[in-house]
Design a protein around this ligand. Structure first.
Ligand SMILES: [Zn+2]
Length: 429
């Protein structure tokens, strides 16, 4: 197959020859009898990698399944996703992670790399079988109780020590539980006016600071999930200046949206579409997160794709589930927040949405530069398109997006997983 007329990382037009799942040749005007795909001048990126996806299977197949979640991922330009462990049953044994891994292989819209729970049942009392999950067919390297914080310092220390044996990483959901009891939204002016229980920045920052110190103390790898405050950025900058092995992610929604939306949005106040964990913060937090992603203090963008059925989301604020879907809008939101603002170029986007998440998750077949010999995991993206977000067109089973009706830049034209198209002309294959 020859993919004609694409601009690799936004560079000069070129053709890409793909054979047996690999990129074999790159250059202008490639010849041959191969099947042709017209790239139409789109930007070619290495297939995106998400370190933080909730696929909901097993247990909440009404919200998402491995099949619909990976279709959603492919439509968003992803060729690999890490599936979070807070399923039912929890992915805290080799059996459950292997089940999720097999479902991913069966549907093959993108690679599915299960994340293992840190503690049994996400209960924060006893370490899960980390070694057995690492040795299983799923070869788990990322462990997280995401949705809950590993708040016990001794358990967190043991987990960090344990995963060193197989080059694993603990991905922490940084939320001090006592400081966030009953918390509903960012603690600040808006929460005060709306009378909603505040979620203070310090609840995130205190855990990040503690965990950076623990990771340094035991010489292990820490990854911080969905960083949301300017103070967290400062702590990460300090930890990195020490040379500690700490990485961090930010979600697309924390790069674009603020807590004002809870008070004042087209849907009126208290619209639960904006209820998310961690909460949307302030404009100055958003500015700090963008700057941190640009200068490398925050390493990657991760979606925290969190599908919920209508009945769990379209209810009163206090009862609504926390979370937003994100796979199908991530690249457009990053273009809006980071590229249109001049903070990142396309090479910078490829580093933060493909290469670095693959490195952190130890996925050797993903995130490689587009060059001869690399697996043909590719995303073709048209940044000049303008699309009104229509949730009913999502491949995801859930519709809980904060961008419905918004016009966002860019469109994923095609996605290739080891040379096989999963999306062509914007549609699932
Ligand atoms: Zn989380």
């Amino acid at each position: 197959m020859i993919i004609r007329n694409v601009r690799i990382l936004g560079g000069e037009p070129a053709d890409i020859r793909v054979q047996d799942g690999l990129v074999t040749e790159i250059g202008p005007g490639l010849l041959g009898d191969d099947e042709l795909v017209d790239g139409g001048g789109a930007i070619a990126l290495p297939g995106l990698v998400d370190l933080h996806t909730h696929l909901r299977e097993p247990g909440r197949e009404d919200a998402e399944t491995v099949q619909t979640g990976t279709q959603s991922a492919a439509r968003g330009g992803y060729t690999a996703v890490h599936a979070m462990a807070n399923t039912s049953p929890v992915a805290d044994t080799a059996g459950v992670v292997e089940q999720v891994w097999r479902l991913g292989r069966e549907f093959a819209h993108c690679d599915v790399q299960p994340v293992g729970a840190v503690t049994v049942g996400l209960e924060g009392r006893q370490l899960a079988e980390l070694g057995a999950m690492a040795d299983s067919a799923a070869r788990v390297r990322v462990f997280s109780d995401d949705g809950k914080c590993v708040s016990d310092a001794v358990l967190m220390r043991r987990a960090l020590e344990y995963v060193k044996a197989f080059d694993g990483v603990i991905a922490q959901h940084a939320q001090e539980p006592r400081l966030t009891e009953g918390a509903q939204m960012n603690e600040g002016d808006v929460s005060g006016r709306l009378g909603l229980t505040g979620w203070p920045a310090v609840a995130e920052e205190a855990i990040i600071a503690r965990d950076c110190l623990l990771a340094a103390h035991v010489g292990s790898r820490l990854h911080v999930c969905h960083v949301s405050t300017a103070g967290s950025v400062e702590i990460l900058r300090w930890a990195k200046s020490k040379g500690w092995n700490v990485t961090a992610e930010v979600t697309p929604h924390h790069l674009l949206l603020t807590d004002d939306l809870v008070e004042d949005s087209p849907g009126g106040a208290y619209n639960p579409i904006y209820k998310v964990n961690p909460p949307l913060r302030t404009r100055s937090d958003v500015e700090a997160l963008r700057a941190a992603l640009a200068d490398g203090t925050i390493d990657i963008v991760a979606t925290d794709h969190a599908p919920h059925p209508v009945e769990d989301k379209e209810t009163e604020w206090s009862a609504a589930a926390m979370g937003m879907v994100g796979l199908e809008t991530a690249l457009s939101v990053v273009q809006e927040a980071m590229v249109e603002t001049g903070l990142l170029d396309w090479a910078g986007v490829a580093e933060r949405m493909s290469a670095a998440p693959a490195r952190i998750g130890r996925l050797s077949g993903h995130g490689r530069p587009i060059e001869a010999g690399a697996p043909a995991n590719l995303t073709l993206y048209d940044p000049s398109a303008r699309t009104e977000v229509d949730p009913s067109a999502f491949a995801s089973k859930s519709r809980n997006t904060p961008y419905a009706g918004m016009t966002l830049p860019g469109r994923v034209v095609a996605t290739f997983l080891r040379g096989k198209p999963t999306v062509l002309e914007g549609k699932l294959v």
